[in-house]
Ligand binder design. Sequence first.
Ligand code: SAH
Length: 374
Amino acid sequence: MSSSKIDILSLTENEIKEIITAPPYSQPSYRAKQIFEWLHRGAKFDEMSNLPLSLRAQLKETCIIKTPEIERKLVSTDKTIKYLFRLYDGEHVESVLMDYEYGKTICVSSQVGCRMGCRFCASTLSGKVRDLSASEILGQVLAAQKDINKNANTKAGTRISGVVMMGIGEPLDNFDETVRFLELLSAPGGLNIGLRHVSVSTCGIVPRIYELAQLELPITLSISLHAATDAKRNKIMPINRRYGIDELLLACRDYFDKTGRRISFECALIEGENDTISDADTLATLLKQYMGSNGERPFHVNLIPLNKVRETGLSGSGSASVRTFASALNARGINATVRRKLGSDIDAACGQLRIAAEQMAKKERAKIYDNRKK
Ligand code: SAH
């Protein structure tokens, strides 16, 4: 049903213009701006009050707005909000809205599940189901924005000002939709979020990093490194067997040289796996090798203790080890910060709400099946 409809929230204003000025719509071109602006405020066709009723009906008939619906919402004592979203086909993804002093940042998903197989990650446990469309990635931001605006405790007009693509999925494994999402997110008639306030995180799909560099977007590229030798990284991240650390760091060097944008390296510290001073030493030596002799390329390390995911059997390092690791990097001239762990009371690592939802759905399906057999 929906597959034959136009995924209108994935379209740019110009693309909407091309469609609606031609038959069967044959509308004046200013309607495209109106439609685009409504869509990016999270409106449904019925709410587009400055469009003729007949056009609204026609759009409803021929187009689908793939904004996800909030299925569950968990609010932490530190004001972090975790959303479980239901997509138009019943699949689920998660987003996390973080409340920083300097503004609200949302962490969005780019795929339903993930096929990258990182050993510590909840999102990849049952593989990838499908890619998200640009509209479904953007729709997470729109739905959260709408939700906080209707919340009485939020100052009227509070805007989400930053986005990180660090939710479920691998953005560079869904490259075209990710790039389209970035275009829509920063469109002046839409949310108009500057790409300087956006991070794209990747486990290291090297050819895509080169491709992304060509686009010269002012985003921050975030590399999930987690280990500084191939032997250790191979053990926890299968992608490393395809593109080793040297290849990855060469791509990062090229990325910085093309875009001039700082690169940040994520390092989740896992107890007994990658968290010793010797690991910090190896990491510092590795990064320095690619930063240039005078540190021309500002590489930055973000440290976070691993969130425990029951199914993986891995635990996060204690806060003392994380601090020691950070000091060791700093002492060797590598800029490292310890990321504040937000929302730990509502958490479980990213991906866990979705797993719970899928398991519940599976149980429901089994129940229906059992009842049928009876
Ligand atoms: N696929 C992309 C983006 C999604 S994962 C990537 O790999 O970067 C977002 C970040 O969360 C990555 O740095 C990932 O390695 C990290 N991550 C995954 N599971 C984690 C866990 N259990 N604890 C801490 N960080 C985790």
